[in-house]
Design a binder for this molecule. Structure first.
Ligand SMILES: *[C@@H]1O[C@H](CO)[C@@H](O)[C@H](O)[C@H]1NC(C)=O
Ligand SMILES: *[C@@H]1O[C@H](CO)[C@@H](O)[C@H](O)[C@H]1NC(C)=O
Ligand SMILES: *[C@@H]1O[C@H](CO)[C@@H](O)[C@H](O)[C@H]1NC(C)=O
Length: 529
């Protein structure tokens, strides 16, 4: 009955993830940005004016650039939306509301991408819709959350799956609008490209045709975030990918980190290339930021090991960790979280009850089993390596939160914690009525008071124990409750099937239920004898 339910556990975990993501949302707010997007534009216009009045700047200011770019984005409304969507092969729509901080964050990047795409001669129309002002239009486009990005191809929409920097927006948009690859034919083009890009995939082909080339193109279209480049000139290739062994066919990934050049050694298949990117696209250790958080969390095909620490502690680990990370790179993603960044670190620390930690904390999650793991020895490169091997071989035990074991002497209601749940509840020979509560549950207090009365009422009955557990700080694999408060009656003769008692009854009714269950049990025992 209260045995682990994988689905509900999964939901719980998803909720946690969601919480984590929404937790991030407010922090994305740029404090300088007014709530009102319109006023953001006004602000920029004002900036421009001031600049113009100053009158002696040579290069266009960033504000001016953004402002110009904003005009390239079409504002959708009741009148022009249908025409815009139906009249263009490709339309990328940003649904926003003026009060949303994440929309405000994205807006200038969207505008910057629009400018870049226009300069590149893209046929994509970039448009935005204020969903608060035009709710009907937004609903007709099926825009629900904010910000929402949708690509309409011949009036049919598909979700946006790329990154959220201007560069990533451009890369994704080009991939999905028929220009997935940049061809480089001259030394000057290569230099120019390198000025703008530090992460890319580069392919060398004698001719841009044939089955290998088709697989390469397909991979370029299916990947969502990395710029693909091609050339047929070995000298140009060498400029883009210096660690090149002369050959006719070559593919490599370039990144901006110590492990800069990675050669693809598999066969030229779309799946092979995509897998190669999955294994290698992130740095050996990724620093979690508010900007990349969504992308990192969604990369769940690898086991994630998080090192939550002070930057100074992490710096000491980083060098030796590179080797560990390289060793596990196709299976494990290493993520560094700055312990001082509350928005990023707190949700993880809370899951382990380690909010007060000053030492590095190393944790991992298995999203399919919803289990979590903690490195419980000192954090050294060796202990991290052992932890990783153990995770992969399944020999690390999952972690369950627990408060320290309390002194229960003379308590009419025992305090149970994660570590004593077995001893006090499952393995004890008494009947145990357990109250499961959390500090934030509003209705828990009523039940707590009723428990006090019941404990008093049944005082002296030595086969009956009253107990409570704070589920926000304690966990146990056999205690899977999603609803608080919950009252579970663990009868002495069957601890595996606790009986849930109604939490909205009067104390009298509860007392009657306790008596009834105790009696039923004694009958059974007598009957058996
Ligand atoms: C969109 O429709 C036009 C006209 O029917 C067609 O030529 C074009 O290939 C379509 N585009 C895509 C990406 O399917
Ligand atoms: C994660 O959990 C799933 C489902 O229980 C299991 O099959 C898988 O092996 C686990 N992965 C790791 C790396 O422990
Ligand atoms: C527990 O109760 C006994 C008897 O009522 C009393 O003598 C003893 O001092 C109490 N111990 C504590 C720790 O309160």
């Amino acid at each position: 009955m209260y045995a682990p339910k994988p689905t509900s556990r999964f939901i719980l975990f998803s909720l946690l993830l969601l919480l984590l993501l929404t937790f991030l949302a407010p922090s994305l707010a740029n404090e300088d940005v007014d709530d009102d997007i319109e006023s953001l534009e006004e602000l920029i216009a004002l900036d421009e004016q001031e600049d113009a009045e100053g009158g002696h700047h040579e290069t266009p200011s960033e504000a001016e650039f953004v402002s110009k770019a904003q005009r390239i984005v079409l504002e959708l409304n009741n009148d022009n939306t249908k025409r815009a969507i139906d009249g263009n092969e490709y339309v990328l729509v940003l649904g926003y509301t003026p009060w949303d901080a994440r929309s405000a964050e994205l807006m200038p990047k969207f505008a910057e991408a629009a400018t870049a795409l226009k300069e590149l001669g893209s046929s994509l129309l970039m448009a935005k819709i204020d969903a608060e002002r035009y709710p009907k239009v937004a609903a007709s486009l099926e825009i629900k959350g904010f910000p929402t990005l949708l690509l309409f191809v011949n009036s049919t929409s598909q979700p946006y799956t790329g990154g959220f920097s201007a560069e990533e927006l451009v890369i994704w948009a080009r991939k999905k609008t028929g220009v997935p690859i940049i061809r480089i034919s001259s030394d000057a083009e290569a230099s120019d490209f390198l000025k703008k890009h530090s992460v890319f995939v580069v392919g060398l082909f004698e001719k841009f045709e044939g089955s290998y080339y088709d697989e390469f193109t397909k991979a370029a279209e299916m990947d969502n975030e990395i710029q693909f480049v091609e050339t047929s000139n070995a000298e140009i290739f060498k400029k883009l990918f210096p660690e090149f062994k002369p050959t006719n066919l070559f593919l490599g990934l370039v990144k901006s980190e110590p492990e800069k050049y990675t050669e693809y050694e598999g066969t030229f298949s779309t799946d092979g290339i995509l897998q190669f990117l999955d294994d290698n696209k992130f740095p050996l250790t990724t620093v979690l930021t508010e900007l990349n958080a969504a992308r990192v969390y969604s990369n769940t095909n690898k086991l994630q090991v998080l090192i939550i620490a002070e930057p100074d502690d992490f710096k000491k680990l980083v060098e030796p960790l590179q080797d560990v990370a390289r060793k596990f790179k196709s299976k494990i993603m290493f993520i560094f979280v700055d312990i001082r960044e509350d928005n990023l670190a707190k949700p993880f620390l809370t899951m382990f009850g380690l909010e007060e930690s000053e030492d590095p904390v190393v944790v991992s999650f298995n999203y399919s089993s919803s289990l979590k793991y903690l490195l419980e020895s000192d954090t050294t490169p060796t202990s991290i390596e052992d932890f990783c091997s153990g995770l992969l071989s399944g020999t690390v035990s999952p972690y369950y939160k627990s408060q320290p074991i309390p002194d229960n002497k003379n308590m009419s209601i025992l305090t149970v914690v994660g570590k004593t749940f077995d001893e006090l509840v499952l393995n004890s020979h008494e009947n145990v009525l357990l109250e499961i509560y959390t500090p934030w549950c509003i209705t828990c207090e009523t039940i707590s008071k009723q428990m006090e009365k019941l404990a008093k009422h049944f005082k002296g009955l030595d086969n009956l124990i009253f107990a409570r557990i704070d589920a926000s700080l304690n966990e146990h694999p056999k205690l899977q409750v999603d609803d608080y408060p919950t009252l579970l009656f663990y009868l002495a003769d069957d601890k595996t099937n606790p009986i849930p008692l109604p939490t909205k009854s009067s104390t009298k009714e509860l007392a009657a239920l306790i008596n009834k269950n105790l009696k039923a049990q004694h009958h059974e025992v007598r009957d058996e004898l």
